[in-house]
Write a protein that binds this ligand. Structure first.
Ligand SMILES: Nc1ncnc2c1ncn2[C@@H]1O[C@H](COP(=O)(O)OP(=O)(O)O)[C@@H](O)[C@H]1O
Ligand SMILES: [Mg+2]
Length: 242
């Protein structure tokens, strides 16, 4: 275990001061969960991560359940992230798992075995030779699935990613109820929660990050403030005590 801590390599989060908060970045070849409600910036965090990974020569696959590849490229362009360049040179593959999701839902209704819930992402992961994988997002896959089946499938997903020595970012939104989120939380190596909260002193709504867990890493105890602007996510108080 001490060896794991010592040897842990990192991949930059792609978010300015964020790396400083978690000893240099996300642990390599591990799965990190980013959870939060709609509009907190989960997809932006993923785009910044993928951009930075491509920039450093890592190949990436982005499994998108909500947006089309075109929409993601537009969102990236607005943030001045040159993702289209990486799609063109083959470093980045954006895989739409949008329509397949609908099939999956029908499938579940037809009481097909639960082992099929992550079929599409698992197929993509199995075939892919990428270094980095993003699944945006998990919430799309939990309709009508029992807790036991979800746990089993989550473990299978994480295990498959680990076996392929990929570094992954798994995003979950609030379509995933708290109980499912807790299951997901146990399966992963690290977890970050993004949320908005009204500051009781100023009355202003703030955006906050909570590093819930990151194995083998010193993490900030308090919530870390961030903003979203034309450069994407920016950490506001990186010197927070640990
Ligand atoms: N240029 C910008 N300036 C300020 N806020 C922005 C800008 N671009 C996007 N946002 C914010 O980011 C949110 C979308 O982030 P996104 O990562 O797509 O959210 P989600 O967590 O749902 O994936 C928008 O709702 C908006 O609040
Ligand atoms: Mg999103």
């Amino acid at each position: 275990m001490a060896q794991e801590t010592k040897a842990m390599e990192r991949i930059s989060t792609g978010i300015g001061e964020m790396d400083k908060l978690i000893e240099g970045g996300y642990p390599r070849e591990r799965s990190i969960l980013i959870s939060g409600g709609p509009g907190v910036g989960k997809t932006i965090a993923a785009l910044q991560y993928v951009n930075k990974a491509c920039e450093s020569g890592l190949s990436c696959i982005y499994l998108a359940t909500e947006e089309t590849p075109e929409e993601l490229i537009i969102q990236a362009n607005q943030l001045s992230l040159p993702l289209s360049k990486y799609v063109e040179n083959g470093l980045l593959t954006i895989e739409p798992v949008l329509s397949e999701r609908m099939e999956d839902i029908q499938w579940q209704r037809a009481k097909t075995p639960a082992r099929a819930i992550f079929k599409k992402p698992l197929d993509c992961i199995s075939k892919s030779k990428a270094d980095v994988i993003v699944l945006d997002n998990l919430g799309s896959y939990t309709l009508d699935v029992t807790m036991g089946a979800f746990r089993e499938q989550m473990d299978l997903l994480i295990h498959t990613i680990r076996k392929k020595q990929m570094s992954s970012l798994i995003i979950s939104d609030e379509t995933l109820t708290e109980r499912y989120n807790n299951v997901a939380l146990y399966s992963v190596h690290g977890a970050i929660h993004m949320f908005k909260r009204e500051n009781p002193f100023t009355g202003n709504v703030e955006r906050l990050i909570n590093v819930m867990k990151m194995r083998g890493t010193k993490t900030p105890l308090g919530y870390v403030k961030y903003i979203i602007d034309e450069n994407g996510i920016n950490i506001q108080n990186p010197k927070i005590s640990k």
